[in-house]
Design a protein around this ligand. Structure first.
Ligand code: GFB
Length: 323
């Protein structure tokens, strides 16, 4: 049993930081943020350059690169339907990728690792706002239990490395994220990009109505991915501890309210219907963000502002959208 004695401090701007998943929504935001904060030795590998499912390749890469910091932002992610339809892919790929990355980082004794998960790790009916210590106190939401179990395993592996090797590795669990670089597929995306895509297409086509999934009554908390990136750097420089840290805004709204915001942002003036044959998922998952806020971090981008900017990004990146 090891004790972790680590005093987090400002990272040297020439620290070598490997961002696993640097082309994804979170990874690309991390990359932009680290660059804007003056980091000069960022490392990223595309899927073609390094297959994270290939354990030997990941070990060779880590030995070769010898990063000072690893951020595990590589994951198979998707919205409620993707999670519900492909649970095998979500549990198997995520477990393999994170175990390869964490094992290889341990083999090289990388000092600082930040493992990223999701707020769906918490029980479906957790007391709101959801405190970090409610992990593993109840049954998961079935539409995303496979993904959640993989992420919970990652948190426990980080804690195990702390116990067995004394390395100051940490985990952060963001609420629902959105922003530039998101997946806008109508079937596999998360709700915000799906709504932006749907309402903007309906406006362009002059449609009288759109149909969204579920009842519109679940509540969700949304964080712009640029705020997520700044929270990650903040945690690396200011936090150490075994418990995963919640990352969010502390506010949520109904999906119905969100759909009005998006309709307004794209200029759609028709009707909205709700398809009750589609799942609602967790009724509410508002995170208790007091650990993060008390450590001195707050989000900067309001939801209306973030939605406006994402709509603009969506319209000007049609040729290269991930769908
Ligand atoms: O964003 P979303 O797919 O993820 O859905 P979850 C949130 C809510 O929006 C659900 C409703 O109540 C959906 O029924 N919704 C309405 C829609 N219209 C749409 C639509 O067109 N597309 C989508 N996707 N939703 C995921 C998890 O849960 O969120 C993951 O499955 C992960 O594991 C991630 O944790 C953050 O918040 O329900």
């Amino acid at each position: 049993m090891q004790e972790v004695t680590f005093d987090p401090a400002r990272l040297d701007r020439d620290s070598r930081i490997y961002v696993a998943g640097h082309r994804g929504l979170v990874g690309s935001a991390l990359w932009r943020h680290f660059e804007s904060e003056g980091f000069t030795d960022l490392v990223g590998r595309t899927r073609q350059e390094l297959d994270l499912l290939d354990r030997s390749a990941v070990f060779r890469f880590m030995a070769d690169v010898q990063p000072d910091v690893v951020v595990v932002a590589a994951a198979k992610v998707g919205g409620i339907m993707a999670n519900n339809t492909y649970p095998v892919d979500f549990i198997s790929e995520n477990l393999q990728v994170q175990v390869n990355l964490l094992d290889a980082a341990l083999d090289e004794r990388v000092e600082r690792v930040l493992f990223l998960g999701s707020s769906c790790i918490y029980p479906k009916f957790a007391e709101q706002p959801i405190r970090e210590d409610s992990l593993l106190t109840g049954t998961l939401e079935p539409t995303n239990d496979a993904y959640a179990i993989a992420k919970i395993a990652g948190i426990l592996q980080v804690q195990a490395v702390r116990r067995q090797y004394g390395l100051p590795w940490i985990s952060a669990m963001p609420t629902n994220l959105y922003g530039p670089g998101d997946n806008f597929s109508p079937t596999t995306s998360h709700v915000l990009p799906a709504l932006i895509q749907r309402y903007d297409n309906a406006r362009a086509a002059g449609d009288a109505e759109v149909v969204n999934w579920g009842s519109g009554s679940p509540r969700r908390e949304f964080l712009h991915v640029d705020d997520m990136a700044s929270a990650c750097l903040h945690l690396l420089e200011n936090f150490d501890g075994p418990q995963q840290v919640n990352v969010g805004t502390g506010d949520d709204q109904t999906i119905r309210d969100i759909s009005h915001l998006v309709a307004g942002a794209v200029g759609f003036t028709g009707e909205t219907q709700w398809d009750l044959s589609k799942p609602d998922g967790t009724p509410r998952k508002l995170l208790d963000v007091s650990t993060l806020f008390e450590s001195g971090w707050k989000p900067k981008i309001s939801l209306p502002e973030g939605i406006e900017a994402t709509v603009e990004w969506y319209r000007s990146n049609q040729a290269t959208l991930r769908t």
